[in-house]
Design a protein around this ligand. Sequence first.
Ligand SMILES: *[C@@H]1O[C@H](CO)[C@@H](O)[C@H](O)[C@H]1NC(C)=O
Ligand SMILES: *[C@@H]1O[C@H](CO)[C@@H](O)[C@H](O)[C@H]1NC(C)=O
Ligand SMILES: *[C@@H]1O[C@H](CO)[C@@H](O)[C@H](O)[C@H]1NC(C)=O
Ligand SMILES: *[C@@H]1O[C@H](CO)[C@@H](O)[C@H](O)[C@H]1NC(C)=O
Ligand SMILES: *[C@@H]1O[C@H](CO)[C@@H](O)[C@H](O)[C@H]1NC(C)=O
Ligand SMILES: *[C@@H]1O[C@H](CO)[C@@H](O)[C@H](O)[C@H]1NC(C)=O
Ligand SMILES: *[C@@H]1O[C@H](CO)[C@@H](O)[C@H](O)[C@H]1NC(C)=O
Length: 830
Amino acid sequence: MDIFASVFLSSSLLVFSFVSSDAVDSITQSQSLSDSKNTTLVSKNGRFALGFFSPGNSNNRYLGIWYNNIPVKTVVWVANRLDPIPDSSGLFMVNSIGSPVLLSSNKAVHWSANSTKQARNPIVQLLDSGNLVLREENEDNYLWQSFDYPSDTWLPGMKIGWDLRTGLERRLTEWKSLDDPSPGEMSWGMELHNFPDLVMMKGSQKYMRSVPWNGDSFGGIYEFQGTLVYYNFTFVSNKYELYFIYELINNSAIIRAVLNQSMYMGYVWVGEKEGWSMYLNSPKDKCDVYNLCGAYGNCIISESPICQCLEGFKPVSLETWDPDEWSRGCIRSTQLSCQDKDKIRFVKFAGLKLPATTYSWLNVSMNLEECRVKCLNNCSCTAYANSDMKDGGSGCAIWFNDLTDIRQLEANSNRQDLYIRMSASEQEVKNKQKTKVVVIVVVAIAIVFGVLMIPYCIWKRSNFRGEDLISFDFSNRATQRGLINKKRTGKGRNNEMELPLFSFSSVSIATNYFSATNKLGEGGFGPVYKGSLLNGQLVAVKRLSRKSGQGWEELKNEAMLIAKLQHNNLVKLLGCCIERDEKILIYEYLPNKSLDYFLFDPIRHGIKDWATRTHIIEGIVQGLLYLHQYSRLQIIHRDLKASNILLDKDMNPKISDFGLARIFCGNGSQATNRIVGTYGYMSPEYAMEGLFSVKSDVFSFGVLLLEILSGKKNTGFYESDSINLIGYAWNLWKSNRSLELMDPILGDTPPTNVFLSYINIALLCLQENAVDRPTISDVISMFNKDPALLPSPKKPAFSFGRGMEDLGSSKRNPEICSLNDMPVSILEAR
Ligand SMILES: *[C@@H]1O[C@H](CO)[C@@H](O)[C@H](O)[C@H]1NC(C)=O
Ligand SMILES: *[C@@H]1O[C@H](CO)[C@@H](O)[C@H](O)[C@H]1NC(C)=O
Ligand SMILES: *[C@@H]1O[C@H](CO)[C@@H](O)[C@H](O)[C@H]1NC(C)=O
Ligand SMILES: *[C@@H]1O[C@H](CO)[C@@H](O)[C@H](O)[C@H]1NC(C)=O
Ligand SMILES: *[C@@H]1O[C@H](CO)[C@@H](O)[C@H](O)[C@H]1NC(C)=O
Ligand SMILES: *[C@@H]1O[C@H](CO)[C@@H](O)[C@H](O)[C@H]1NC(C)=O
Ligand SMILES: *[C@@H]1O[C@H](CO)[C@@H](O)[C@H](O)[C@H]1NC(C)=O
C-alpha cells in the first residue's frame, strides 16, 4: 500500500473541517476540499479557482485549476491526470507528513505531491498566477508548486525547461482528448544543451521546433503579433537552471499558451467578445514540420515543390531525384576541403530559420568575427551565427554536423544571418568553366550551323550520368551523331535536324535546381523557370507536368515538330530534355513577360499607345497565320490567350505554348474528347463537343482582340446584364456605342472608323457558328480593307461559358486533359 495512504489511515482520526463556501485561497493541515460539498479555493483577487470538475462529456472527476473570473470554463492544470475519481467522493487535503493528497471514498490515493522536505505547519495556497503552492506557514519558499508539473497549459510566470540540480524537467503534454486530460503523445519542451530549441515531440519523434531565443525574438518563429506588449520573455541559462519564462507586464491581461494533439497555441482573453482569441499557433504550415526537406534543404511554402536546396547545394541524388521525396535532403555542389583554409569561405544566408541546434556550441561573449575564426578552425563546423540580436548582434553560435530543419521565413522576420561554410573553389571552378564555355560556344556554333538541317531530339538514356554532365551536353556529340546515324538507318529517318538535347543535370544546374527564385510562373502545362546556360544565355525552362501521359518517343517527335516552326512571332524552342519522368522544353527567354501582365495589371497598364497595340495585334495574326497556313504542317494552338503571348524587349509579340496541346492531348483527329484550353477563350464547339479547328483558334483570337482593344479581361468581366466581355461588346455594337469599349488608358486615341473596324473584326471572329468565322488570312485582308466594306457580324457565342449549364445536354463529355489556370472542369457536362 502506498505510503501516503497508510499515513492517511494512521491519521484518519484527525477531524477535518471542510473549507466553507466563502472563498478562501488556502488550506492548512486541518482542512480539506470536498467534491461532494462543492468547495473550491479561489486565489486572492479571484483570478483562479481550484476544485473538482469533469472534462468534456466525461463523468470522471478531476482536481484542477481554472480561471475563476471569466465565463468560459478553461482548465489550466490537472492534478490526477492519470487517475480519475469515478464519483464525487474526492477529497483534497494535506496529509500528516505535509504532502497535498487527493483521496476518494475508499481512501485510495489518486494523486499526491511530493514536497522536498516535510513541513511542520504546511499550507497549500492557490496564487493569483494560477500556481498552487505548498509552503511552511510563515515562510515564502515553496516546498512544492504546481508550476513545476505543467499539464497542457503554459501560464505567465511558469518555467519551461530544466532544473539542472534536481533534473526536474518542466514540459507541456497534451490532453489525450477533450474528455480525457491524461497525457497524450504530444509534448512541448526545451532541449537540454546551452543553445536549446523549444521542441514539440510526438512520442519520441521531433514534430516541430522553434529556434533558440535570440534576445528579442524566436528568430521569425512564433510571431507574436502585438501581444508582446502584455508580457516579456526571459531565457535563463546558467549552472543551475535552463529555462524559458514569460511574465505579464500588464497584469490585467489574461494570457495562456496551450498544447493540443496537433499544435501549440497562444490565446489572449478578449473581454468584450467574452472569448479567447488565438494570437499564435504553431506549426502554422507544412514547412514547420520538423526537417521536412532534409539536410541543407530549404522549405519555401510558396513554392512547388516546397523543398528546395540551399544555394550551392544539390539534391542528394540526381539519379533518384524526386521533388516529392525530399527528406534525403541536399549535399554540397562542391565538396569541402578542410585542410586548406584558403579554400573555405562563409556564405551569408539571410531570412532563414536557423538550423536545428542539437549539435551546436555557444559563447555569448564572442563577436561575429571571433565566431568566424572559431568555425574556420574546426573542420566539423558547418555554420555560425550571432546568438543574440538584442543590441544589433552579439554572441557566437556554431553548428556541427549537417544543417537541418531550415525554412524560408517571411521577409524581415529574422535578422539573424546564417553563415554557411562553403568551398571557395566554387568561384574558381566557375572561372575555369568560363574558358571552357568559349570552346563550347565555338563548338556549338559549328554544330548549329553544321547540323541545323537535321532536327532530331535524341533519347540518350544510356549516356546519362548526373554528375559528369555540367552544361549543355555537347561533350558526347560524336557519340550522339553515331546514334543518329544508327537510328537513321534503323528507322529510315531522313533529312532531319538535330534539336539540342540537354541533360537533366545541366537543366537543373542552369535553373539552380529549379529553385524558387528562378521560377517565372506556372503555365498550363507546368512551371516555367528562368535558366542561365554556362555561356550566359538566358533561357526559359518549361518543366512539363507529369500528367502528360506521353512517352519520350512521342514527346521527342512533338519537340522536333515544334522546333521546326520558326517564325518571328513564335517563341523559339532551343532544346529539350527527356529523362525518366522529366519532360522539359527549353525556350528562348523573353524579358518582357506576357501580354496579360501589361493589359490587365491595374498598376502597370503598360501599353498606352495605339501603335504598340496594333503592332502586337499584327504580330499575333502573323504568328497564327504561320501556324495555320505556312508551316509545313498545320498547327492548331488550342490555347491562345493573353498569357500565352510573350513580349520581347521591343514589345514584339511571340506566341508560346503552340504545339503543346498535341503533346498533352494527342493530335490527329479534329474531334477530340480531350480538351485543353482556357475558360473564356474557348470556342463553343470546342468547349462543348471537343471539336477543334483553325476556327477555334480564330475564336480565341477574337477574344484576345477584344481584350487588347478594351484592356479588359473576358472572364471576370461583368457589366449591366452582359455575361462577359463578348456579350458586353455585342450589346454596345448593336446600339452603336462600340467606342465605349476603348481602353480609357490609351494615350492616343485611334481614328474612330479604325477602332470600329477592329471591333467589327473581333466580332466576326467570335460568331457562334464556326463556318461563319473568317480564317486568319481573311482577318489579315480585313485589317487592310475599307472599314465600310466589312461584313456585319452575326450574334457571337457569348452565352456559353457562365451560362453553360443551360446548354446542358452536350452530346459529348469532354475529358479534361490538362488543367489550365482557369478551371476547365466546369465545362464537364452533367
Ligand atoms: C458549485 O459551486 C459553484 C460556485 O461556487 C457553482 O457555480 C456551482 O453551481 C456549484 N455546483 C453544484 C453542483 O452545487
Ligand atoms: C511522489 O513520489 C512517489 C514515490 O517516490 C511517486 O510514486 C509519485 O509518483 C510522486 N508523485 C509525484 C506527483 O511526483
Ligand atoms: C519582465 O516583466 C516582469 C514584470 O514586470 C519584471 O519583473 C521582469 O524583470 C521583466 N523581465 C525582463 C527581462 O525585462
Ligand atoms: C492592460 O490591459 C488592459 C486589458 O487588455 C487594457 O485595458 C489596459 O489599457 C492595459 N494597460 C496598460 C497600462 O497597458
Ligand atoms: C487543436 O486546436 C486547434 C485550435 O482550436 C484546432 O483547430 C485543432 O483541430 C486541434 N487539434 C486537434 C487534434 O483537436
Ligand atoms: C568565450 O569567449 C570569450 C571571449 O572571446 C573567451 O574569453 C572565453 O574563454 C570563451 N569561453 C569559452 C568557454 O570558450
Ligand atoms: C571541433 O568541434 C568538435 C565538437 O565540439 C570537437 O569535438 C572537436 O574537438 C573540435 N575540433 C577542434 C580541432 O577544435
